[in-house]
Design a protein around this ligand. Sequence first.
Ligand code: PEP
Ligand code: MN
Length: 359
Amino acid sequence: MVKLDLEKISLPGLELERPWMIAGPCSAETEEQVLETAKQLSANGFKIFRAGIWKPRTRPGAFEGVGTIGLPWLKRVKEETGMYVGTEVANAHHVFEAIKHGIDILWVGARTTANPFAVQEIADALKGVDIPVLVKNPVNPDLELWIGALERINQAGIKKLAAIHRGFSTYDKTKYRNHPQWQIPIELKRRIPELPIICDPSHISGKSELIYEISQEAMDLSFDGLLVESHRCPEKAWSDASQQVTPDDLKAITDKIVLRKPKIGEKPRVTLDELRQEIDKLDTSVLEVLQKRMQISEAIGKYKKENDITILQTRRYDEIMNNRKAKGAKMGLSDEFLTKLFESIHEESVTRQNKIMNQ
Ligand code: PEP
Ligand code: MN
């Protein structure tokens, strides 16, 4: 268990109720775009506005945010809609500027969380400040690094702290932009049960069509809220266009979400349902991996056919068996299980290659 000194997150004059919703464009682009988007969100009942002012971009040359000139636009959002506003900070300068301009909530982005020097600089700049700070998971699936960033911010005296799950980068192309790896936020919840966790379905999905599905999954895993990218005109967004939704569409998505309550009288903790959902997700991954393996096996079958090679290459089969069993044993899997598993995989592979040979 990790012990953090936490306080319930609230905003002056606003009690946060599950699911807390933070919505707004990936980036502040122009004063008009910011205000128009905020007004539409506010008209749909959303109370907390997000907009990136400084954008950490993977490659140079992409839009890196408007910078400090965008902060007065957020101030106008507060004045004209009554919404609370939040933005991402990546260094001490960002923190000072954001605080000076009355930003209500700050978050640390995924690329920044991965860098302890940057997080420490932000933590030092936050000393004496009392506002909610949200810490995104690092881009890499490293729970300790995520917890480390939360500890640094907490040790600087920030007690209104929450985590944001935005998925993890992978080299593999999957249906997600950033793989959710739900077991990691679930483990974070187990290690720090009193820490609120919200989900960022926009950066997990990379595409607007998946926002509902991921949001519902997060709610079913007892997440506390959602941070969603919303733009008045997503196709024209200067960053992350494909994952943004209009304020009206976001309202439709949130209306569709079924909010299942944790059992009355029970403290939030990892439940049997959550563990089962985790198993369901892992089994889906197992099936996807097997499907990929069989596709490759078929490609090998074609190669063997074109080159007149026999299907069964005994030496290769022995090698596979021995190597997988040795690896599996180190992972605590029994010899009997591994033998059955790989014999069965091999058998299916041979059947498929046979079909191809004799087509
Ligand atoms: C963002 O919220 O716009 C952002 C840059 O996200 P992340 O840090 O999750 O990539
Ligand atoms: Mn974005």
